[in-house]
Ligand binder design. Structure first.
Ligand SMILES: *Cc1c(COP(=O)(O)O)cnc(C)c1O
Length: 411
């Protein structure tokens, strides 16, 4: 008998996006003429930047020649990409990262889900609530939690509520945890941690011998130059933090697939007997066993993001999305909604009117304005009472969505 992994059965059946899809499909079938505007799933909409496409094409052409053909690449990524990452993402911010501390991958979703494997089964972990669901679900699958309660909270996880009162950036927990996932700028709330807030997290990690998994997927959307873009800009972070970055939101690579994770060599975990083991060696072992690298053309395309033209073109894409975010914020703000985020992230975190439940407001938005958002409760219990709107769409759709929501709900 092939016994299944019972931990999978603890996961809530309806993953957020399939449930949204089901409701949208049912509404569309009942109302075939309605033109639905989707501000739900956080996926980019602009085509790849020309500099990226050119590098991508050239690399495919190289692969078509005897001299240019390449088979398996270096497991951690090609030097040309790793060096561009080190120079532009870190050295430019005064941070020095060694070549063998960067691990190029096919996505931060996989990295954030896989990282938990190098930690012991008894590790206690904390997440901000609401949160990107991958951190929680992959630890549930690995058996690090008990079952979920009515509100969706799993026993064995420390939830750190992100609320209006703390500006959606919680302080470190008082109780003991070994591992914490931080995502800033945040999906779904759009909040970005300040240098002082991150410094408190780093100090806490040192004091508690804990590890921070820092997801910087939206780093390129930060508009305030005073905000840290990498956790390594904080003193002491290399001894306590892993950082993940992705080309998905920064350069429209959600369908191309390229990301990277930094595991500093100074970062260690401990064995039962207290011996210190570098996490870099464990992650390297994990990746070289289970992963065979990102394709050569994709890595060339990613490296082109850092070319002179690539930087200008991708900055223009981000500016386009952020103008959408500004229009959502201001347009809906004028209609009387209370909104957060949308300044350092492409997400608007909208308080539901009249304390409506987030699924109830989702349904009203769909049926009355034909606009799709993401119910906050889908990201965790503390997301109840909020709805996430994404700025990833055309200008026309964003303006039209603002108009419709104002007409349907405006004060
Ligand atoms: C979109 C997103 C990512 C990126 O995932 P990829 O697998 O690199 O596409 C990572 N973290 C968060 C929080 C995200 O929203």
């Amino acid at each position: 008998m092939a016994r299944i992994n019972d931990h999978y059965r603890k996961l809530r059946a309806g993953y957020l996006f399939p449930e949204i899809g089901r409701r949208v499909k049912a509404f569309q079938e009942a109302n075939p003429k309605a033109r639905i505007i989707r501000l739900g799933i956080g996926d980019v909409t602009l085509p790849l930047a020309p500099a990226v496409v050119e590098a991508f094409r050239n690399a495919v052409d190289e692969m078509a020649t005897a001299e240019g053909f390449r088979g398996y690449g270096p497991e951690q990524g090609y030097d040309f990409l790793v060096d561009a990452i080190r120079k532009h993402d870190f050295e430019a911010r005064g941070v020095s990262i060694a070549q063998d501390e960067v691990f190029v991958s096919d996505g931060s979703k996989c990295d954030s889900g896989n990282l938990q494997e190098i930690f012991g089964a008894s590790c206690r972990f904390a997440v901000v609530d609401p949160v990107y669901p991958v951190y929680v679900d992959t630890n549930v699958m690995a058996g690090r939690t008990g079952p979920a309660d009515e509100s969706g909270r799993f026993t064995g996880i420390t939830y750190l509520p992100a609320t209006e009162a703390n500006g959606f950036v919680p302080e470190p927990p008082a109780e003991r945890v070994d591992l914490v996932y931080l995502c800033t700028p945040n999906n779904p709330t759009g909040a970005a941690a300040t240098r002082e807030q991150l410094a408190r997290w780093v100090a806490w990690a040192h004091a508690n011998d804990a590890v921070i998994v820092f997801d910087a997927a939206y780093e390129a959307y930060i508009t305030d130059p005073a905000l840290p873009r990498s956790i390594y800009e904080l003193e002491g972070a290399k001894e306590c933090a892993i950082e993940m970055r992705s080309f998905s939101k920064r350069a429209g690579f959600t369908g191309v697939r390229c990301a990277y994770t930094v595991v500093p060599k100074a970062l260690t975990g401990s064995t039962d007997t207290g011996e210190r083991i570098p996490l870099n060696a464990l992650w390297s072992r994990r990746q070289s066993t289970k992963f065979n690298g990102v394709s050569y053309p994709v890595q060339r395309a990613a490296a082109a993001v850092y070319s002179e033209a690539g930087l200008v073109q991708t900055a223009a894409q981000i500016a386009f999305y952020m103008e959408n975010a500004r229009r959502l914020r201001e347009g809906l703000g004028r209609a009387g909604f209370t909104l957060f985020g949308g300044i350092h992230a492409p997400y608007i975190w909208m308080r539901t009117p009249r304390r409506l439940g987030s699924w109830e407001f989702f349904d009203r938005l769909l049926t009355q304005a034909h606009v799709v958002g993401t119910p906050g409760a889908g990201f965790g219990p503390s997301g109840e009472g909020y709805l996430r709107l994404s700025a990833f769409n055309s200008r026309e759709n964003v303006d039209e969505a603002v108009d419709r929501v104002r007409r349907a709900f405006g004060a």
